[in-house]
Design a protein around this ligand. Structure first.
Ligand code: 3HC
Ligand code: NAI
Length: 695
């Protein structure tokens, strides 16, 4: 087996290279290699200092997540780090690209840290439902202070070199070659007789940390409800203040193992790999040529178009926004500017970043101005005739190589593609609202979409900071089709006896940011109302249909924008308040439909909402609309706020068990009829004892 760590001498400095592509994950062979090379350097009388550096794209992406849950192979990462920290010769971490998780913990155990401008440092363990388990919670607060350390551990975000330097996480940012810079730095340490600075020996002033932990617990309470890892992170950092180093380390280990074994971490680790798996399309090989996207255009600058344009500008890609009328264009551009101003005032971006991004967005009403764009994303009204006309014009105007993408949420991408002479270049790019915030892009593959178009758009998703999932054409694609299966059951529950806040509470407690009714009020009830009116003609007469939402809209209650919808809202507030008027309406509709209202348990609400959603996911898999069950999970986590610690709906289904879900669905089918018939795939899995993850 190739060595994953190698060693060379540069004068009196020994350089240890981590060489485990793609991200120098610290698997067993790397851990063994680092200890071996450090020992070799320490035993060599010619060597006075050691530099640790990563080959390839980064220093290290941390512990090898694939090893979690498998038999352990010595040495532990903590021992590797101790070997560095206990070295009698100074050890310098030379950081380029990411040094995160166990990778940063290794660097924290080195006596000094030098980075280059590309360095990004962080402890992302919390995103895997874990806490740093190799001393991160003990060394980081000692090195940079409790408050910034808590920020890093709890956010899981990566920080750039200049910030890390300012915090004292890096000792120097090298200009030019990193390894050379670090070797020079190490030589200087030796010649100046600088001490071996052991992070574990630094002290924390307990008075300076007073009050921080309680304040932090309060500040994360809503977001971290029901989660284990965030609270263990806080406790562990608290231990760094209160306990001697060794005791703090022992506690950190205990918490880490507890988290590692938790269902929450399993769900989050599944989500990590699911997101990366989604980039792999079985029949579109990884080496499929990709078109360069250097300029973009967006058609329509309404709710979605404006947000989509911002994504390009944020990624540094010039984008031209085309509207039909100058007035609509001015309005759309003004909203974009207002959004950026909001980000500046909240400290998310600087004024300079805002100016740079705005300068990349140009408005026009003339198709000639978008003729050279590499991709056009259409986000005009949801109207097939309009879209067909727009596509015919785009086809005539845009250069032949341009990809024409549609943001439609319900229309047939193949029908849209047929309006052009380049169906291979037509694809759906379904963004989620607000498009500059939500990370999901459902990329919809039409019957004739070419491999090159698919590969280009999947890559583009990542370039503009989105998570792309390839799906097939059907009504609602993956996400909205499953959403409908769930929200309509939520509405039926109201007819049968529940109230909106009861349903919403169950879904919120399950871990969603909000329940279906609060979500409806946020999105605007008029949108769905219009879609339902359009579909009324084609709806089968015998299909169960809940009129409550329509009756609410008929009263001019469109949700938060009118301060009234499923709930009422105080002027200027976004907090939903149960509204007696709506409760009266619901009871009235129950009576009209002949329902004897009954007590509905929280368990029934959960099953009635989540199992039909899962059942629809099963149908989607049967039909090949999604490539794999984990893709459905990614859609739901990034597009709809499905709790990531539950791993997404299909992963959650496997935790509950296909057999149990099938039994409940069969019972519901008997009680409520055809709409709740279990999917054949669910029945197969129930019979075979397998799960969606086994497909
Ligand atoms: N272990 C195993 N595999 C990893 C990994 C890790 N820590 N980090 C990344 N990978 C794999 C990915 O699964 C992917 O595999 P694939 O090609 O087979 O799909 C490949 O490396 C490339 O990853 P990305 O597509 O994410 O590459 P990017 O260049 O976009 O990003 C990165 C690189 C910034 C390192 C990003 O992968 C990342 O943020 N990884 C998260 C790392 C993480 O969570 N580390 C903490 C691990 S837990 C830990 O360290 C515990 C310790 O405290 C004891
Ligand atoms: P919107 O009504 O806010 O914006 C549409 C914009 O298109 C308007 O500004 C309008 O002036 C412009 N427009 C109309 N005809 C045009 C033409 N011929 N040329 C150029 N511009 C034209 O609509 P919204 O919500 O942004 O939706 C746009 C598309 O995105 C629709 O297909 C919709 O289904 C889809 N979508 C909407 C989501 C949402 O939450 N609103 C979510 C995902 C997709």
């Amino acid at each position: 087996m190739a060595e994953l760590v190698d060693y060379e001498k540069r004068g009196t400095v020994g350089v240890v290279f981590l060489d485990n592509p793609p991200v120098n994950a610290m698997g067993a062979a790397v851990r063994q290699g680092v200890v071996k090379c450090l020992t070799q350097a320490c035993d060599d009388p010619d060597i006075q200092a050691v530099v640790l550096v990563g080959r390839g794209r980064c220093f290290s992406g941390g512990a090898d997540i694939r090893e979690f849950g498998k038999p352990f192979e010595s040495p532990h990462l903590r021992e590797v780090i101790d070997t560095a920290e206990n070295s009698p010769k100074p050890v310098v971490a030379a950081i380029h690209g990411t040094a995160v998780g166990g990778g940063l913990e290794l660097a924290l155990g080195c006596h000094y840290r030098v980075g280059d401008k590309s360095a990004r440092l962080g402890l992302p363990e919390i995103k895997l439902g874990l806490l740093p388990g190799a001393g991160g919670t003990q060394r980081l607060p000692r090195l940079i202070g409790v408050e910034p350390a808590l920020g890093i551990v709890l956010s899981g975000e990566y920080m750039p070199a200049d910030k890390a330097l300012a915090l004292g996480l890096l000792d120097e940012v090298a200009e030019g070659g990193l390894a050379e810079g670090a070797v020079t730095f190490a030589e200087r340490l030796v010649s100046e007789g600088r001490p071996l600075r052991k992070t574990r020996e630094l002290t924390i002033d307990p008075e300076g940390a007073a009050g921080i932990f309680e304040k932090t617990r309060k500040s994360i309470a809503r977001k971290a409800r029901g989660l284990i890892a965030p609270y263990r992170c806080i406790e562990s950092v608290e231990n760094a203040v209160a306990l001697p180093y060794d005791e703090g380390m022992a506690k950190e280990r205990e918490y880490f193992l507890e988290c590692l074994e938790s269902e929450q971490s399993k769900g989050q680790r599944h989500a990590f790999f699911a997101e990366r798996q989604a980039t792999k399309i079985p029949d579109v090989p990884a080496d499929t040529p990709v078109q360069p996207i250097e300029t973009a255009a967006v058609l329509g600058c309404g709710t979605m178009g404006g947000g989509i344009a911002m994504n390009f500008a944020n990624a540094g890609i010039p984008v031209t926004v085309l509207e039909a009328e100058a007035e609509a264009l001015d309005k759309g551009l003004a909203i974009i500017a207002k959004n950026y101003t909001g980000s500046v005032s909240r400290g998310r971006i600087t004024q300079e970043q805002m100016d740079r991004r705005l300068a990349l967005i140009t408005g026009t009403t003339d198709y000639a101005d978008i003729a050279e764009a590499d991709i056009v994303i259409e986000a005009v009204f949801e109207d097939m005739d309009l879209k067909k006309r727009v596509y015919a014009t785009l086809d005539e105007t845009c250069k032949p190589a341009a990809i024409l993408a549609t943001n439609t949420s319900t229309l047939d991408v193949d029908e849209i593609a047929a309006a052009t002479k380049r169906p291979g270049k037509v694809i759906g790019t379904h963004f989620f609202s607000p498009a500059n915030v939500m990370k999901l892009m459902e990329n919809v593959r039409g019957a004739k979409t070419s491999d090159e178009t698919i590969a280009t758009v999947m890559k583009l998703s990542k370039t503009i900071g989105k998570v792309g999932v390839l799906v097939g054409v059907c009504d609602g694609f993956v996400g909205n089709r499953m959403l409908y299966a769930y929200t309509r059951q939520a509405a039926f529950l109201l007819e049968e006896g529940a109230l909106p806040h009861q349903v919403d509470k169950v879904i919120y407690d399950f871990g969603f940011p909000m329940g279906p009714f609060a979500m409806g009020d946020l999105a605007g009830l008029d949108v769905g109302w219009r879609i339902r009116q359009r579909r009324a003609k084609t709806r089968p007469k015998d299909e169960r249909y809940s009129p409550i939402a329509d009756r609410i809209c008929e009263r001019g209650r469109f949700g938060q924008k009118t301060n009234a919808g499923w709930y009422r809202y105080e002027e200027g507030s976004r907090t939903p308040q149960p509204d007696p008027e709506i409760e009266e309406l619901i009871v009235q509709v129950s009576g009209e439909l002949g329902f004897e209202r009954r007590e509905i348990s929280e368990q029934e609400i959960l099953e009635r909402c989540m199992y039909p959603l899962i059942n629809e996911g099963a149908k989607i898999l049967e039909e090949g609309i999604a490539i794999r069950a984990s893709d459905v999970d990614v859609v739901w986590i990034y597009g709809y706020g499905f709790p990531v610690h539950r791993g997404g709906p299909m992963f959650y289904a496997d935790r509950v068990g296909a057999k149990a879900i099938h039994e409940t669905m069969s019972r519901l089918h008997d009680q409520h009829g055809e709409m709740l018939r279990p999917a054949p795939l669910l029945a197969d899995l129930a019979k075979s004892g397998k799960g969606f993850g086994d497909l």
